[in-house]
Write a protein that binds this ligand. Structure first.
Ligand SMILES: [Zn+2]
Length: 378
């Protein structure tokens, strides 16, 4: 075989891999790999040509897609993955075709032209340490290690201002990649931080951990409900993940060095949701709920066409994690006298509009504008 398929790249994820030649077509079969978790969604891998041959077309065949979070046998046509030829720019693919197999094991597939040397394919535009480095380089923000992950990688906090003991500056604390490969949420946080950096001295103080689950992000875990413990269900009195403990200590420090405005957490929903951006309002006391609703209304207004009609939601999906031991980030913040919101950003599209990296960045910028518009009103 003159071709290979490899997950040995940053964010690499694929299982049940197979590669075969049919005439001048290369057939590449794969499935999303749960990496030991209870859910699948993310996949990312490289197809490489090792020798010249007569292959012109590659057929990418996604097996078992209906077992991924948010997908069934009928709605996979709402998914638009991404490809990158030979280190070029990432591009979206169109909707897949469906191949119905005897026995019901349907496949979703795309046909793409061959690369010169290799092609990377992924469920959505990857975001990880390289993109964070790029932000730090361009913004010239502070970059500090606040602890290490389960596997010993450093957890990085970026900030535009270290603050001071007199607590006068309004402050925002924000995170992404709690669920490792929820990439659209992570891109929106990057857009949020980029807009805050652009505002310079007019911006509030912002501390952010853009990649909280650094291990899962690099290693290609999907990260939602991993076995045995989800990072966003580890915020109890005794934190069940070391990354959460580091972040809790950092939030406490931040709280002592600014006048806290709000804490934000960026996620991505099920694979084919296309309603638009929405927010979960934490279930808290009336006074906090009122203030959080004020923020949410303003953000929905600023988001305009990107906002879901039903922007403000209360989480009601079934959870594997139910006790106080399983608190999430926003609930933890509210218990520590802070306001908090979490966002869900669709992966592929909002209605008919296909989303690109520029759209994610613009969504983040609009959220930053909405929150900065709040300065002095609380
Ligand atoms: Zn999530």
């Amino acid at each position: 075989m003159n071709w290979s398929i490899s997950t040995n790249i940053t964010h690499g994820n694929a299982a049940a891999k197979d590669i075969k030649k049919e005439g001048n077509k290369l057939i590449v079969l794969f499935s999303a790999d749960p990496h030991g978790g209870t859910e699948t969604l993310w996949w990312c891998f490289r197809i490489e040509r090792k020798k010249e041959d007569d292959i012109h077309i590659i057929r990418l065949v996604w097996k078992h897609y209906y077992n991924c979070l948010g997908l069934n046998r009928d709605n996979v046509t709402m998914v638009n993955p991404v490809v990158r030829y030979d280190d070029g720019q990432w591009k979206r693919l169109p909707s897949p075709c469906i191949q119905q197999n005897p026995g019901g094991s349907n496949y979703a597939y795309w046909e793409i032209t061959k690369p010169e040397k290799y092609i990377d394919v992924a469920f959505c535009f990857p975001h990880g340490p390289n993109e964070l480095k790029d932000f730090i380089y361009k913004s010239k923000w502070n970059s500090d290690s606040i602890g290490v992950s389960q596997k010993g990688r450093e957890v990085i906090r970026v900030s535009n201002n270290y603050g001071s003991d007199n607590n006068k500056i309004p402050g925002i604390y924000c995170i992404a990649h709690q669920h490792a490969s929820e990439m659209s949420g992570a891109w929106v946080l990057q857009g949020f931080l980029t807009e805050i950096a652009r505002k310079g001295n007019n911006a509030p103080l912002v501390w952010s951990i853009p990649i909280l689950n650094i291990d899962g992000t690099i290693e290609g875990d999907y990260g939602k409900d991993p076995f045995p413990w989800d990072i966003n269900r580890a915020w109890g009195h005794l934190p069940m993940r070391i990354e959460v403990k580091a972040c809790m200590n950092d939030i406490s420090l931040w709280q002592s060095l600014c006048k806290p405005l709000i804490c934000l957490d960026f996620h991505s929903p099920g694979a084919c949701e296309d309603d638009g951006v929405y927010a979960f309002i934490p279930t808290v006391d009336e006074r906090k709920k009122q203030l959080i609703n004020l923020f949410a209304d303003k953000i929905a207004y600023f988001l305009g066409k990107y906002s879901a009609n039903n922007f403000k939601r209360i989480a009601s999906y079934p959870s594997r994690f139910k006790t106080d031991l399983h608190m999430n980030f926003t609930k933890f913040c509210c218990q520590h006298n802070l306001l908090a919101l979490s966002f869900e950003i669709p992966y592929s599209r909002i209605g008919e509009k296909i989303l690109y990296i520029e759209d994610y960045l613009e969504i983040g910028a609009k959220i930053a504008d909405a929150i900065c518009n709040f300065k002095g009103e609380l």
